[in-house]
Write a protein that binds this ligand. Structure first.
Ligand code: AMP
Length: 187
């Protein structure tokens, strides 16, 4: 897909699967915007914005921030000028409602999602990685909650894109460079 003018990608995977790390290689190659909903929310929390105040409790518990807040936030972000070549969504959509809202939004711009990169990592490996990372929401209780939220609410999103033939499964354990090459070769 080297010559495509507009590339709309999603990177999906459980917490700790390496979405952020692998996102960097993709956005650099295709010169598209990186939209991490977790990063945008954390910025809002540190700047104590209205959105940050509403989102903070959910984030501390490892629960999902309500769909309407997230969808509105992503809509504003996708409309910014740095998305003119496209974007890589990281951490969104996490529910079927978000996936539907995204389809509608792109449809209104006569665009659609091209590919969804699914980073596959076992649950034991994830827990180990997250405990090492040490972010504010990386304590054992919050982590288990985030992992079960992923299984219950986000797995159906993978199924949704799988039915649409957009999923690329990547074995995301092992050598970091190999994982990133696998991803770039598959887009
Ligand atoms: P992340 O950095 O993607 O792991 O996100 C950190 C936290 O932000 C999550 O545990 C949620 O509380 C919240 N969050 C990020 N993205 C979303 C989303 N798409 N929907 C709902 N909550 C989100």
């Amino acid at each position: 897909m080297e010559n495509k003018m507009y590339l709309a990608l999603i990177i999906i995977g459980a917490p700790g699967s390496g979405k952020g790390t692998n996102a960097t290689a993709i956005i650099n190659k295709y010169n598209i915007a990186h939209i991490s909903t977790g990063d945008i929310l954390r910025d809002n929390v540190s700047n104590n914005t209205e959105l940050g105040k509403k989102a903070n409790d959910y984030m501390q518990k490892g629960a999902l921030v309500p769909d309407e807040l997230i969808i509105c936030m992503v809509e504003q972000r996708i409309n910014k000028s740095d998305c003119e070549n496209g974007f890589l969504l990281d951490g969104f959509p996490r529910t079927i409602e978000q996936a539907n809202a995204l389809d509608k939004l792109l449809d209104s711009k006569a665009k659609s999602i091209d590919k969804v990169i699914n980073l596959v990592v076992s649950e034991d490996e994830l827990m180990g990685r997250l405990l090492k990372r040490g972010r504010a929401d990386d304590n054992e209780e919050t982590i288990s909650n985030r992992l079960s939220v992923f299984t219950n609410q986000t797995s159906p999103v993978i199924e949704y894109y799988s039915k649409a033939n957009k999923i690329i499964n990547i074995d995301a354990v092992g050598d970091i460079e190999k994982i990133s090459d696998d991803i770039l070769n598959s887009i």
